[in-house]
Design a protein. Sequence first.
Lengths: 276, 361, 293
Amino acid sequence: MMKETLLFLATPITASIILAGMLGYFGTHILTRRIIFIDIAVAQIAALGTMIGLLFGFAEEAMEVQILSYLFTLIIIGGFAFLKSNALPIPAEAVIGIIYCLGLAGALLLAERIPGGSNYITKTITGNILWVTWDKVIKLGVLFAAIGLIHFMLGRKFHDLSDKANQTGSGMTLNERFLNLLFYITFGVVVVKAVLIGGIFLVFTLLIAPAVAAAMFVKSWNGRMLWSWIIGLVGTVAGILISYWLNISNGPAIVCLLGLLVFVMAFVKLARPAKN
Amino acid sequence: MNNTLSRITFVLLLVFISGSFLVSGQNRHQHKHQYRHGASNDQLLTVVCSFSDYASIAERIAGNHASVQYIAHGEQDPHFVPPKPSYAMMLREADLWITTGMDLESWSTTLLDKARNKQIMDGAIGFVSVSDGVNVLQKVEKADRTEGDVHLMGNPHINTGPLNWKVMATNIATGLMKVDPTNASDYQTNLDAFNDQVDRTLFGDELVDMFGGEMLSRLQENKALFTFLDKEYQGEKLTGKLGGWLKQTESWRGKKIVAYHKNWVYFIEAFGLEIVGYIEPKPGIPPSAKHVQKMIGVIKDQDIKLMLVASYFEKNSARMIEEKTGVKAVFLPLFVGGISEVTDNFQLVDYWIDQIDSNIQ
Amino acid sequence: MLFNLQFILAPLVASLVLLTLTSYFGIHVLKREIIFIDIALAQIAVLGSVIAIYLEHTFQLHEVMIGKWNLSDTLAYIISLLFCLGAALLFTFLKNPKIKTPIEAFIGIAYAFATTAAVIILDKGAGGDVHLHDMLAGVLLWTDWPQVLRLVIVFALIGAFHYVYRKKFMQLTDSYQGNALPVKRRKLWDFLFYATFGVMIIESVRIAGILTVFAFLIIPASISALFSTQWRNRIIIGLVSGLVAVVLGLHFSLTLDLTASPLIILFLGLILLIGAIVRKIVVNIRSQHHPVK
C-alpha cells in the first residue's frame, strides 16, 4: 500500500525535489542580499505575464506565454534596479509592495476575461504539483541542471557578489556588473518556471524558509547552503506525504509545514540563553 | 513654495486626465449582453435566463414576443459565475427571470439584490423555476454540509436530460403566460411544437405516431420503456420501430464510464450508461491525492474506457489521469453555445452523442 | 443613467469612508516601514475569519443567537482580532537581537502561511460560501447601505480615538524614525495602535478585500509622500488621489463590466506614476533655476 502511494506520488515528489534544490540554493543568496519581498513581487509578475499570454489565446505551455512571462519579469527586475538608483521619498519596501499589489490587481482583472480565469488565480496560489506529468518534470530537470551548471562553475564569484551587494557604497567593476546581471537573469528564469508548477507562495517559501532556518543555527556559507538543502528536501517530501494523508493540496501543505518549522526554530532560538 | 507648485501641477493634471478619461469613457458602447433577439421594441418582453439552455428553449416558446438574454457563458462553470455589473442591469429591466430553482445559481442572489426588481423575485409572477416538476435525481437523505454534498435538493444539472426539457419548457410557457396573457395561445402552440420535437428526436417518428409522446416519456422515466418495446406487434418486436437518439445509443446501454463531476446524471439515465465514480465530486474543491489515486484504481480495475469531462474544467487533471490509466477523456461543452457550432439544445445532445460514439470503444 | 448612479452610490460612499482612515493610517505604515506587515496582518485576520466559518459549519452555529446578535458573526470578529493582535505580538517578539535574520523574512513567511492556510481551510469545507477572489478583491460593487452604516460607525469610533490622541500616536511613530522623543508607556500605546489598526483592517477587508485595503493604505500615502511632509496635508492629498481613483475605477467597472477593486487599484498606481513624474520634472526645473553650489 505504501509502495503504491509512493509510486503514485513519484511525479509530484520528484518535481518538488528539483524545485527545492534549485530554490534552496538561490535562497541563501537572496537572504544574504536582503531582497526578500521582491521575490513575491517577481513571482506575481511572472504569473501576470503568463495570464496575459493566456488572454491572447495561447495555450498554457505555449512558447509565447513563457516569453511574455519572462519579459514581464525582466521589466520588473530592471525597473526595480532603476528605481533603487533614483532616490524617492518612498521607501524601497513600499515600491516593492506597490509592484506586488498592482501585479495582483492586474491578474484579478485578467482572470475575468479569460475563460476559466478565476480558477487560474487559485492555481497561481496553490500551484499544480499533483497534476504534473513526467515529461514536464524532465524538462524542468534539464533546465535547472543547465542553470545549476552555470552556478556550479561560477559559484565562488556569485558568492562574493552576494556578500558584496550588502555593503553600500562599493561600486562594481564591469565584470561584476555582468555577473550580477547573469545572476538575476538565471534567477528570473528559475522563478518563472517554478511558479508555473508550484505557485507563487511555494516558490517564495522554498526560497526563504529553508535559508532562514539554516541561517539561525549555522554561520558558514557552505554550511547554510547544505542545511537549507536538507531542510528544503525533507520539508518538501514530508509536506507531500502529509498532504496525502490529510487530503489537502500539496503546495499549501509544504508552505505551512516549512513556515511552522521556521517559527518553531525561531522560538527555540529565543528560548536559548544569549551567547556573550 | 516650490512644493506648492508641484502640488498644484499634480492636482491640475489629475483633474485634466480624469476628465478626459470620463469623457472618452462615455463614448464606449455599452456592455455586451448576450442578446438572442435584439429588436428594441417596447412591446417585447424582456426575458433573462441564468443559462443559455433555458434561453434557447425560451426563444422557441416566446417566438417574436420577447427578447431573450442569458447570463452564464456556455463554457462557464455554472456553480461559479462572478457577478458583473451588467448582469444586475439586465435583471433590473427583466419582466421574467428564468432560473433552475435549485441551489445551483447561488451566485444570482447578489445580482437580484442589487437589481431590486420586485417582479422577478422568488414567488412573484416574473420568477420561473424550471425545475418544478422535474423528476430530480440524487436527492440527499440528510443535510450534512461537511460531507461536501453542496446540492442538497438533488442534482441540479437537469439540462442534460432531454425528458426534462419538456417540463422546463412547460414551466417557461406558464411564466410567459402569467406575465403576458394576451399571447398565451401562441405560447401554448410553440410549447406543443417544442415538446413534440423532443419526443420525435428522442424516440423516433414511428413510435411517437403509434403511442404518443406522453406515454413513451412516462415509460422512459419509469425505466420500463425497453421492457415494453420487447413486446411483439404485427410479427416483430417493437424495438425495431425505435428511432431517434435512443436508437443511436442502443449499443451503449449498460456500458460503464467515469465522469469528472456529477454533471451528467440525467443524460446517462436517459441513454443507459453507468457512472462508476467521479473525480471531482465537490464543485470548486480540487480532489485530494488519495481520491484521485482511488479513482485511478477503479478505472483500471473495471477497465473503464471513457471519462466525460465538462469543458469548463481544467485539462491538466484529466490529462494526467489519461496518462496514468489509458482512459479517454472526452471534453464536452455543458451548455448551448459552449462551442460555436452548438446553437440549441438538440444540437448540443447531437454533439454529445457523436463525441461519445467515436470514443466509446 | 439614474440607475447607474444609484448602483455606485453605496460603493462610492463606502470607499470614501475607507479612504479617510486609510490615508491617515497609511502614513503611519510608511513611516514605521511596516508595509508588508500590514498585508500579512490583513491576511492573518482573514485566516481567522475563515477558520471561524469552518468552525461554524462544523458545529453548525449559524442559528445560535445571543440577544439580537448572531453568534457566528461575533465569533468571526473575535477570532480575527485575536489572530491579528497575536501576529502583531509575534512580530514584536521576533525583533529580538538574538535573531539575526531580518524580520522581513518572518513577515513574508507568515503572509505565505496565512494565505495558503486559508486556501486549505476553504477547500476543506467553507468553499461554497467564500471564494478566493472575494477574499482578495472584495465585494465593493455589491455593498449595501446597512454595511456602509456599520462601516461609518466603526470608523467614526476609531477616527475619534485617533483624533483625540493624535499627538501621542504621531509622536510614537515619529520616534521609530528617530524624529521624536520616545513616548512614555510605549508598549501600551503600541498595543493601542495595533489594536485599532487591526479593527480597521478587519472592517475594511470585509467589504473591499485584502488587496484593496493594502493598496488604500500604501498608495495614497506614497502619493502624498511625494508632495508633503506634514500630516494634515498628506491626509488631504491621499484622500483626493484616492477619491479620483475610486470615481474612475467605479465608472470603468460599469462601462467595462469588470470588478471594481482591481480597477481602482490600477488607477491608484497610475496616479502614483503621474505624481512621481510630475515631481521629477519639478525637481529638475528647480535644480536648474537654483543650481547647487
